[in-house]
Design a protein. Sequence first.
Lengths: 221, 259
Amino acid sequence: MDFASWFSLRLSLQVASMATAFVLLFGVGLAYLFAMKDFRGKEVVDMLFTLPLVLPPTVTGYYLIVLFGRKGLIGRPLFEATGWSFMFTWQAAVLASFVVALPLMIKTVRAAIESVDKNLIRASYTLGHSRFTTAIQVIFPLAGKGIVAGTVLSFARAMGEFGATLMLAGNIPGKTDTMPLAIYSIAGSGEWSKANAMVILLTVISGLLLYIANRFGRRLI
Amino acid sequence: MSLSVKIRKKMDSFVLDVSWQMNNELAVLFGHSGAGKSLTLQMIAGLVEPDEGKIRLGDVVFFESKAGTRLKPQDRHLGYVFQDLALFPHMTVYQNILYGGYGISKTEKESMAVEMMRRFRIAELRDRLPGRISGGQKQRVALARALMRKPRVLLLDEPFSALDASIRLGMGRLLKEVQHEFNIPVVLVTHDLHEARALADRMFVYSAGKIIQSGRPDDIIHLPESQELMDLVESSAYRTQEPAAIWADPLRWELNRTP
């Protein structure tokens, strides 16, 4: 593997790590909300967060452009205020990976929280503990395997993100070409030996992640 | 301190509509399962909200539909022992009991937990997880945890139902001791007449969401006021798996009293 390939690997790991950190932060919170609270329109909100799981990533990417592009709903005020835009930056790759991986975390952790014995939660309340303390001390530890599984799955999904990243971050060599994008370029130009090395590396990493998720998290398949 | 409960709640085809009062004594809510006994406890604890009524402990109003008062379970300062005991499976016995000491300083909490474990003879189980101890031991852990905060009322939802007769006797005795020592209202839900009779200072008989009779257990058993209660008393006498004598025999009761 040449320098450019190593760059892609490093970029992929960096993007996936950052995306996973955000997914963990928001995903666990949202999963708690969906599992524990009843509010109007809950299933609609849940559906919106789940959509990226089933939509073609290019469609998700398109929505992200509409939202975060230089002329987007959020992108325009952001650009006018700071002169900076998500478009064609590595941060855009993080954003794309985040949106695509988030539903995996929400689904896995929501299921794990819902399987926590309700009486344990009620017991914690009757013992005087707040909802927050109960979440930290009782619910999350008991849903721990689901959280581990969700984290590993999200990371693996972020590592493999292609479509939405291509739409939002482009495929700029040395800047936004994560491994899946680099493989696309290399295969397109017929450099098979380089492509082979990267494909095998990505397969090994993903396989390892699945193994970890199964070994230490809740059984997935 | 007196506990007064006047609640009404409609659920599908079932209406719970009861009103009762008690003092610092052990009251038993007795009746078939599905009569609304556990639901009453959950409402006292604030886990389920009645449609209307009032629940008051001393001068503290837990719930009042007219005034819109709804105290959170956290603020009711009560001990609740669940039917399945609800011990936290990821915490050791000691950690479970410590967790019951909400609002108490760390050092005080720790010495209290140690004292509780000694008192309930579970000190040697300190570092075990709830999954690795017996039913009777779990029982005592749950009770110790519920008492850590010195609750103003203790609620027990059929905690003894899963135990065999000899252990139940010991638990009943322990519960009586606790009631005397803490001098608070203790509400025990059971569908076991012998247990009710052996433990209750006062008994409320539930049937299909209503109270059909209340009073001292002996009076209720000897003078059932309705055919329904008569059937209940009779069926209890026949249906119970264990010998009635174990609860009813005062001599055995006394013999088992001193540890």
